[in-house]
Design a protein around this ligand. Sequence first.
Ligand SMILES: Cc1cc2nc3c(=O)[nH]c(=O)nc-3n(C[C@H](O)[C@H](O)[C@H](O)COP(=O)(O)OP(=O)(O)OC[C@H]3O[C@@H](n4cnc5c(N)ncnc54)[C@H](O)[C@@H]3O)c2cc1C
Length: 415
Amino acid sequence: MPRTVHIIGAGLAGLSAAVRLIERGVRVQVHEATAQAGGRCRSYHDLTIGMTIDNGNHLLLSGNRAALSYLGAIGARHHLIGPGSATLPFIDLANGKRWTLRANDGLLPWWILDSKRRVPGTSPLSYLSLLSLLRAKSGATVGETMTCQGTLYDRLIEPFLLAALNVEPPQGSAALASAVVVETLFSGGRNYHPLIARDGLSTAFVEPGVEFINGHGGSVSFGRQLRAVSFDGDRASALDFGDDTIALGPADAAVLAVPPWTASALLPGITVPTAFRAIVNAHFKIEPAAALPPITGAIGGTVEWLFAFPGRLSVTISAADRLIEVPREELAAKIWREVAQIAGIADALPPWQIVRERRATFAATPEQDARRPGAATAWANVALAGDWTATGLPATIEGAIRSGQRAAQIATDQD
Ligand SMILES: Cc1cc2nc3c(=O)[nH]c(=O)nc-3n(C[C@H](O)[C@H](O)[C@H](O)COP(=O)(O)OP(=O)(O)OC[C@H]3O[C@@H](n4cnc5c(N)ncnc54)[C@H](O)[C@@H]3O)c2cc1C
């Protein structure tokens, strides 16, 4: 019997595990509980504004090497677009001041010596404050590790870490912040060119992934919620989907690429993150001016990032638990005022949609980071994947894809 690896969950962790296994010649079957793939990184047709939008705007950086290798494998790398350089315009909504960060590509960050390229009001020496993250004590927060105030913090470090960690940076894990900074800001500008999926997340990350799996002898089935796992000694012996049960042969394996609360219900005794943070997105149906950059950072208001897509302006607000109970109309009007300021628009509120993902990511605090399990489990033929597993990164596309690739490695190491 050829061996089969069953992958539970068709988010990016599950899809990337499947793609990696196929590349290694392993037969895969992906089982997804809902009617669509992509999990927290997907597009959908929104009836209110009558267009296809993403559940949340997703920003990648050119140093997200696993994400780019996954896109390369499924032939979808061209769907990510960006300025082709580490260039990021910002606005301070409190005083209207604008600036553009322009980092050089090389490892030596000479851009911080140039007052026209670095953050205004900062000195080159102030950038050394980031070095303290490299010496972070185990279990320390960012707030315990570096000074969380000053112009550089307000205008660059806070927006960057807030987006990466999805917790207020002072509470965030210094180890996770350090990992992100090392792979991007400390690796030369070529590793932090901003990238977005201009035609939508599903077009870039999901549909080509599913096509790749189906086109290489694998399968992706929907409406397949794993309800229970049976065990026999140190192996999983069967997967129960309610209407049918799959018996696992001696060479078969399972990768659980499901959310942490589902994994802990399915696998006895595993420790998982238990605290989460929201992300709020606002979408406005309006054609952006051609001159508006694809991504603009904002400080001093509610909006944090403004994305310009064809026919739409979209906003991301991280660690947004404070906005969950705000009435939708109030929130849309408040956000629109800021969007109009950033984009220089005088129009009244256009058709809009607010998407609030309550459990967008686990809270990247030291306590929650310590609860993340590795990919290997107590069962020889079961591996875990997901952005919440111990990837060493916060909950990001890059972390999710690395986790899938790591789980695929564990599943093939059994051979
Ligand atoms: C609003 C928002 C904005 C974000 N912005 C960014 C960003 O800018 N940059 C970035 O890098 N990351 C961002 N992220 C994070 C990124 O989306 C996630 O890290 C990534 O999508 C997680 O993928 P995953 O496969 O680990 O988990 P998920 O996407 O949660 O996938 C889990 C899958 O398992 C399925 N499932 C659950 N239970 C079962 C079961 N019992 N049986 C079968 N299937 C099951 C689910 O339906 C789902 O499809 C954002 C997330 C959100 C929500």
